[in-house]
Design a protein around this ligand. Sequence first.
Ligand code: GLU
Length: 610
Amino acid sequence: MCGIIGYVGGGEAAPVMIEALRRLEYRGYDSAGAAVIDGGHIKLAKTSGFVAELDKKIQGGAKLSGKIGIGHTRWATHGAPTDNYAHPHLSAAGNIAIVHNGIIDNYARLRERLIAEGCVFLSETDTEVAANLIARLYAKCGDIKQAVAQAAEQMEGAFALGILCEDYPETLVALKKESPLVIGVGDGCAYIASDVVAFLNETREIYRFEDGEIAVITRDDIKFYSPELRELTKRTERVDWDVSAAEKGGYEHFMFKEMLEQPEAVRATLSPRISNGRVALDIELPPEYLRGISRIYFVGCGSAHYVCVVAKYNMEKLARVPSEAVLASEFRYSSPILDETTLVVCVSQSGTTADTIAALREARRLGARVLSIVNVVGSVIAQESDYVLYTRAGPEIAVATTKAYSAQLAVTYLLTLHIADARGTISQTEYEKLLRELSALPNKIEQCLELRDDVRRLAELYSDRENIFFIGRNIDYAMSLEGALKLKEISYIHAEAYAGGELKHGTMALIQDDTLVITMATYGALAGKIVSNAEETRARGASILIITTKSVADTVRHISDNTLTIPDTHELLLPSLAVIPLQLFAYYAALVRDCSIDKPRNLAKSSTVE
Ligand code: GLU
C-alpha cells in the first residue's frame, strides 16, 4: 500500500503534490518522492522518511518547478525504504518516470528478460521493472498509451501506476489494476490519486477508474481506454465526504476500513508467493535445513501471539515438527533450550515490539535461526532476523489489529505448507488442495465480511454484558483467544477464552443466567466435543452464540440461541474466516458502547518497552 498523486494544470505541481501526499501518508510513510517535467525534462526529488523531509528537500516546491508532476509516499514491499528506492522510479534512459502502488507479482521474470535485453537496474523494486518495461515497449511503438497497454498485459498482480513521459510534457498517464486510483477534475487542472482525500480541498468532481483501464490526462481533457484501447465514455461524480471521513474511506473508524481491507491484504501477501501451483517463498530456506529442524518456537505478543498459537497447531498437524507458541515477554526469561536445529519464528506487525526484539536477540545468542513475519519493511526485527517474510497489509492505523493479523496468518500457512512439503509430510493431492483453498481465501474473507449486518444485530443484543466467555477446541481455541482479546481491547467488556474442555476445571463457577458463551465450532473434527461443552454452560443458564461453518452448522445449531455461519475451507485455514465475525462483533459492541475504537484507552499501536 502507498499513496500516489499526480497533477497537471496551470499552477506549480510540487506544492499541490506535497499537500496531497501529507493527506495520503496514512497509506505509507517510509519514504517519499516527486517528479515533474520542466523544459522538456524530467526532474526528480526523493528521500527516505516522511513527506515533511521531501518538502524540506525541495523547499516547498521552489527546487522542483513544473506544472505537471507525480508524487508518492511509500510503504516498501520490494527493497529497503531508502532514498534511492523511494518513488518515482525512472527508466534506464531516464525518459519515463513512474509512481506505483501495489505489487507486480511476476516482476522477477520480467526483470530477467529485460536484463537479457541489456537493461540495467539500479534497485530491487518491482516498480523499476515496470518503468523499464514501459520504456522498452515505448521505444518500439512510439506511443505511450499503447506502451502502457502492452505493459499492462504482461504484468501480473495488483497495482496502480502514474506515469510521466518526456515526449508528452503536458500529459499524465494512469493505469489501474486492483489497486485504488481515482481521477479528480478541477478548473483547468486534473489529478490522479490513490484516495480522493488527496485532492478533496481542490475538487469534489471525480471520475471512477475501473480495473484494467488506462487514462490519458491533460489539463483540459481526460480520455479513458479499455485494456484493448477502446475509448470509453464516463461521467463525473460528486463526492460529499468531508476530509476526515474521506481519510477513513468514508467510514467512521480506521478499524472498520481496515477490516474491509483484509481481502486485499491477504491477497497481496499470498499471491506473489504462489506460482505455478507451488509455494514460492521470497527467501532461500534450503530443504536440507528444513528437514533438519528439531523444533519451532513461534514467538509474539498480543494478537501476534495468537497467530503463533494457530501456527503451532497447524505446523504440528501438517509438517509434524514439534512446535510451541510462546509469549515473547516470557520466552527470554524461560531458559529456552535452543540450538542450530531450532527455528524461532518472530511475529510482529511493527517490527519494533520490544519484547519480541529481546526474544529474537536471545534466540540468536543461543544459536537458533530466526525467521520473522513483519509488516514494516526494514524494521529492527526484519533487519536482525536471518530470514524475513513480509506481510503486505500496508499501514495499520487502528490500535486493534485486523488486517495485519490476517496477513500474518496467511504467511504462517505458506510457511507451514512449504516446510511440510520439504519434509515430505504432505501428499501431492493434499498440497494441491490446500493451495487451491489458499488462493480462494481472499474471496471467502469477503463473504465473511458480508455477515456484518447479522453480527451487528447480535453485538447490539449482547453489548450490555459484563462478562463474555469464548470457548473452542484446537484452532477454534486459538480463535477464541483472539476473539476475547479484540472484545476486551476495544469494547472494554471483560472477556475470557477457554479451551472447551477446561471450563469444568474452575471457570464453570462463573457461568450463570444469561452469561454469553461465544462458541467456536468451525473445526469439524471436534464439533461434537465443543457442543457438549457448550451444553454444559447452557444447562447453567448461559446464552449460546455459535460461530460455525456451512458443513458443521447442522451438528451444532440445536444448542445455540444464535448462529453465524461462515463458508467452508481447508481446516488449517479456518482461522482466517472465523476471525472476521469476531472482529465485527468486537467492533459493533464497542460502537454501541461509544468507545474510542481506533485509540482504545491505555493502549498504543506498537509496544516499544519491555
Ligand atoms: N512494490 C512497490 C515498492 O516496494 C510499491 C509499494 C507500495 O505500494 O508502496 O516500492
